[in-house]
Design a protein around this ligand. Structure first.
Ligand SMILES: *Cc1c(COP(=O)(O)O)cnc(C)c1O
Length: 399
């Protein structure tokens, strides 16, 4: 996820536009800003790119999720179905409003299993947050059908899947809202930043108000604006958005290179009968930020991941052992280590997460390796990488 790989003159120029006026705030200062509205420009361009009616830039992907949850009215005691394989920020977004994450199994899409969501639905279920992990989309049409059938709010965490489309429709436009991240290691970056896209005017307005202290943004005088709801400050700045404006223009090129490199590795891996590629729903739905593959056993997967990293094919993630992306090692969540005081009434809503059993997800995650795809690879480097993989597979009797 290479936004950081391609920082260049285009980004510097956009940032200099902002530096030359000194207006860093996204609102007001009309006379002084010399026509520069970087946050607004990014929002318009990203709405255009995804085909969504509205886009709101926020300070991060995490705050985009928290804002979308608030805008959709999801909160205290509401159960929200989430996958156990995601960056922990998804769970933070749910917990932020006092809602209750309910973990449901993933399948070989590495995202929520459409087949197993219904088992988790109760009288308290309010929403599903589907996460499009590792650059590629979940089985989104089937998951949307389930959400519709049970009248649940569907939110999409598309933080890792910027640029994914399925049947011509952008990731993030299937649900009530889609959330994106532009932090420093995502497909495109603002340094820090996130976005919500939606086709609902009501959701957009609530999100817009919530992320800026409840301001209604009506009229041209911030000091006289009304505050129809309680909010918070999750705004982004002109400087960060300036970087994003330049990065967004590079997105088609980023995706082209990523897919070219990713497909060469996928093609190579598909020759091994012991290796299963992560299931995708369509070619366009895979942005190839990672190539994800499954091996036969946990033991061999852990060993192969280590050997690949040490022998010429680095950037291989074994998420099962890492403590950011899979529930198994989320000690702080398993033990509900809130820094602030929370009441027993609230605690009563939460299941004992340390007892949650997810055998299917364990079986998949313990056998999954994700190889990060770089834009900068030369043909020679890519060939060396394939040869390194071939050697490691051979030594481990993978055929
Ligand atoms: C990165 C990420 C987030 C959070 O984004 P930040 O901008 O870092 O706050 C949320 N969900 C997923 C799946 C992510 O990968």
């Amino acid at each position: 996820m290479p936004g950081f790989e391609i920082f260049g003159d285009e980004e510097r120029k956009e940032v200099n536009d902002v530096l030359s006026t000194g207006v860093l705030f996204r609102y007001g200062f009309d006379a002084k800003r010399n026509g520069n509205w970087k946050v607004k420009t990014f929002e318009e361009n990203f709405a255009n790119y995804t085909g969504a009616k509205y886009c709101l830039l926020t300070s991060s992907g995490t705050t985009a999720l928290a804002t979308a949850m608030a805008a959709a009215g999801i909160g205290f005691g509401d159960e929200v179905i989430v996958p156990p394989f995601t960056f922990v920020a998804t769970i933070e977004g749910v917990l932020n409003g006092g809602a209750v994450p309910i973990f449901s199994e993933i399948d070989e899409t590495l995202c929520l299993s459409a087949d197993l969501i219904e088992e988790k639905i109760t009288d308290r279920t309010r929403a599903i947050v589907v996460v499009h992990m590792c650059g590629s989309m979940a089985d989104i049409e089937r998951i949307k059908e389930i959400a519709d059938k049970y009248n649940l709010i569907l939110l999409e965490d598309a933080c890792q899947a910027t640029g994914a489309f399925h049947n011509g429709k952008s990731v993030g436009t299937y649900g009530v809202a889609g959330c994106f991240s532009f932090d420093s290691v995502k497909t495109i970056t603002c340094g820090e930043g996130g976005a919500i896209i939606t086709n609902s005017k009501e959701i957009y307005q609530r999100a817009d108000q919530y992320h800026d202290h409840g301001h209604d943004h009506i009229g041209n005088d911030r000091g006289k604006e009304n505050h129809p709801i309680i909010g918070i400050n999750f705004r982004n700045t002109e400087l960060n958005a300036a970087v994003g404006v330049a990065q967004l223009k590079k997105l088609p090129k980023i995706l082209e290179i990523q897919r070219k490199n990713g497909n060469i590795i996928k093609e190579f891996l598909s020759k091994y009968k012991d290796i299963t590629l992560r299931k995708i729903i369509s070619d366009d739905s895979d942005t190839c930020t990672f190539v994800n593959f499954l091996l036969p056993t946990e033991e061999i997967t852990r060993k192969v991941a280590l050997e690949l990293n040490q022998n010429g094919a680095d950037g291989c993630f074994y998420w099962y052992d890492n403590n950011w992306h899979y529930i198994r090692k989320w000690e702080h969540i398993l033990n509900m280590k809130y820094p602030m005081k929370i009441g027993q009434t609230m605690l009563d809503y939460f299941p004992d997460y340390s007892k949650v059993k997810l055998p299917l997800s364990d079986s998949i995650m313990s056998r999954t390796i994700s190889m990060q795809v770089k834009l900068s690879w030369t043909e020679e480097e890519l060939n060396n990488r394939l040869m390194a993989m071939e050697r490691v597979f051979k030594l481990n009797n993978i055929n």
